[in-house]
Design a protein around this ligand. Structure first.
Ligand SMILES: Nc1ncnc2c1ncn2[C@@H]1O[C@H](COP(=O)(O)OP(=O)(O)OP(=O)(O)O)[C@@H](O)[C@H]1O
Length: 514
């Protein structure tokens, strides 16, 4: 595989060498070189692979090209030039007001700022505050104003989730989902080019060109923008990036380069881009473009009213991470609790349906149960706690006996290995067990957080990570049960210590008492 550049534009195409002789090199590529000058000098570099890193590198190289669009983009994302906004014209208000109607004030403001942005807008969505609801409205408004939209994110599932929110409100012929029919959700498979072409019997090449030229909303992962031919001949009015705080900056550059302006949606207090190299992290690769651009506060609107957690559950994250700004959208969300069928009184606080006891800690440390210690085999990926898993199984069984549907219970694990240990032990197979990272963007009525760690002498990276702690704390709608060793948690990290201070001692339930 090779990558082709000119003196002024890097990484114009990637392709394969099909033949070489003394005077020529023949390449095959799905992108055209027709936009380059005649007799231009081409540099052909060998590319070892087209994996994620190579694609990101190609994206950075192309971003450095000497053209008007990329020069403007570099001023925004490297020099951090202040973005500009227009005033909202009356004609625009008339066109979009019916679409904005169902939104709350913050959401409506975020939509309007996105529409009038000349360069970019940022939407910070606190947990459960309606990021996807807002973004899907932004997309419909742009369409109503006759603009074309590229919808992107770092994973297929994030793009699919957003598409699902608005696809029924947009004519099918205006939508294209880029990606293999089998990589995208079944519900969206009919929007891929493969599926659209199945119906066409004659001159498919012409039909494909027509589809690619006419679609108004295109959904693609940010890395696939590097390799899909559509982006070599079409630009879009706006690029919308969902979960932007999770994407490595370089992976977004190609998508931003083919659009006139962009809207990033995310939350810098939730998970950051996953960067394994410590050196790269120290050099800033773990800082997302979303977080970096927040320096320009004029670009930022924040969605603080959330529709997920009751006031007790939300209060923890609000106090620890958002200086009290994360609030419940209305009174019924604020007061909602689990509903159970029990005549048993008093019920242990673990199972209590009272709002007051929505967040409890089950302390597994016990002199009479030395088996409560975790096990660790070489590195954190193999850290688990069998005793804690057994306790969690009992908690789930009891909730189900009390009338809770198992699909409304989730077990969030600090460690990947603990997910397998709990899944093996669990009697209720419809209880979902997953890592904190897998639960981002999702919720359950009851969340049981398996903390695992019972060691106070060594460092536990995962429980030092404030963003990961925030995600774990904001998945429960009505009841959050932390299961672990209370004394170890007080020492494991400053954030866990601050968290425990918010749980009254009466809501710390000892294993010996149940
Ligand atoms: N303005 C609104 N009025 C009523 N309900 C709303 C409003 N906005 C969002 N919701 C509801 O809040 C819930 C969360 O919305 P949504 O899925 O858009 O949130 P999100 O911010 O994308 O979630 P996450 O934090 O998980 O990423 C949904 O059930 C949605 O219907």
């Amino acid at each position: 595989m090779v990558i082709v550049s000119t003196a002024s534009r890097y990484a114009i195409i990637t392709g394969f060498v099909t033949s070489i002789d003394g005077s020529s090199v023949v390449l095959s590529s799905d992108h055209s070189l027709s936009t380059t000058e005649k007799n231009e000098h081409f540099d052909v570099d060998r590319l070892e692979s087209m994996g994620t890193h190579a694609m990101s590198l190609a994206s950075v190289a192309s971003f450095m090209s000497d053209d008007v669009e990329r020069t403007k983009l570099r001023r925004l994302v490297i020099d951090l030039d202040e973005p500009h906004f227009d005033k909202i014209p009356k004609s625009m208000v008339e066109k979009v007001s019916s679409l904005i109607k169902g939104l709350n004030k913050e959401q409506a403001r975020a939509v309007v700022r996105s529409l009038v942005a000349k360069d970019y807008a940022l939407i910070q969505g606190l947990p459960g505050a309606g990021k996807s609801t807002t973004l899907s409205c932004v997309i419909r408004c742009f369409l109503k104003l006759g603009q074309t939209v590229l919808v992107t994110s770092h994973t297929h599932s994030a793009v699919d989730n957003l598409f699902e929110k608005f696809m029924n409100d947009v004519p099918e012929e205006d939508l294209l989902r880029i990606g293999n029919m089998y990589a995208v959700k079944e519900k969206l498979a009919h929007l891929t080019i493969e599926a659209k072409l199945v119906k066409i019997k004659e001159d498919r090449f012409h039909a494909m060109k027509q589809i690619l030229n006419s679609v108004k909303v295109v959904g693609a992962t940010c890395l696939s923008v590097n390799s899909h031919p559509l982006f070599s001949f079409r630009r879009f009015d706006v690029c919308l990036v969902d979960e932007a705080s999770l994407a490595v900056e370089s992976s977004l550059l190609s998508a931003l380069s083919v659009c006139s302006k962009f809207v990033l949606v995310g939350d810098a207090k939730q998970l950051a881009p996953l960067v394994q190299s410590r050196e790269a992290k120290e050099l800033g690769m773990g800082i997302s473009l979303f977080e970096k651009l927040q320096k320009n506060t004029t670009a930022l609107t924040s969605l603080n009213s959330q529709y997920r957690m009751n006031e007790k559950v939300a209060g923890f994250s609000s106090t620890l991470f958002y200086s009290g700004t994360l609030v419940c959208a209305n009174e019924s969300i604020a007061k909602e609790c689990i509903k159970i069928n029990s005549t048993e009184k008093p019920l242990s606080r673990i199972y209590s349906p009272e709002l007051e006891h929505s967040v409890v800690f089950m302390d597994t440390h016990s002199e009479s149960s030395p088996e409560s210690q975790m096990s660790s085999q070489k590195g954190s990926s193999a850290t688990y706690n069998n005793f804690e898993a057994t306790q969690i199984n009992q908690i789930c069984n009891k909730f189900v006996r009390l009338g809770i549907n198992p699909v409304d219970i989730g077990v969030v694990c600090t460690y990947r290995r603990q997910v397998d240990v709990i899944r093996d032990i669990l009697d209720e197979k419809y209880v979902e067990v997953n890592t904190v990272d897998q639960f981002q963007g999702r919720d359950k009525s009851i969340i049981i957080w398996s903390l695992v760690w019972t060691n106070s002498d060594s460092r536990c990276e995962l429980l030092h990570d404030e963003r990961r702690v925030n995600v774990a704390l904001t998945r429960a709608k009505h009841k959050l049960i932390l299961v672990g060793c209370h004394s170890s948690m007080q020492l494991v990290s400053p954030i866990m210590c601050s968290l425990l201070k918010l749980i009254p001692s009466s809501d710390v339930v000892s294993i010996d008492s149940i």
